[in-house]
Design a protein. Sequence first.
Length: 207
Amino acid sequence: MLYFENAGKQNTAETLRVALERAAALGCPIVAASTMGVTADALLCAASEKGFTGKIVIVRGCSSRARNGANLMKPEVRDDLIARGAVIVTAAHALSAGERGISTAFKGAYPLEIMAGALRMFGQGTKVCVEAAVMALDADAIGFGTPVVAVGGTHRGADTAIVVTPSYSASILQTVVHEILCKPFDIRNPDPSMTFESSKLSGGIET
């Protein structure tokens, strides 16, 4: 297990190296969170350099009313990633989804958001990894009951990789985390402009 001194995008290259090596050893897919496509592009470049031929699934968030129906990943970026062999999953965040709208309106706390908060104790990236893997399974982009290497980060880039066998959103508590491959030792985001609350509101998949 590799520890990074701090959380953040400066760990992206090393996180992707670790993830690709473990996925190659296990013969399993990689699932990576990427909202705008920056981390996805870095992953595909690293995979090409290392000769990784396994399946790569990129999970992005869904479009938003707040953005007038636009998705943060531009269509031309999505199309380029697909042309390079990635599978793109677009889905509501598995650990917030409709609950976020209800809790925002009624100022309460609901089970999925509590689960997300508990996972953030290991780091934002750990929460993102679990969430992205579940979202990929819900979309049938990966097989049921088999492990994947999941990659996530602290707002931007990647700083966490795990081996996880996700379950569907409807049975999310049956998800099993097998290995934590790398994560920040200090899980607090070094960027002072990104507080816990602002990263929470973003949904946590901002890469």
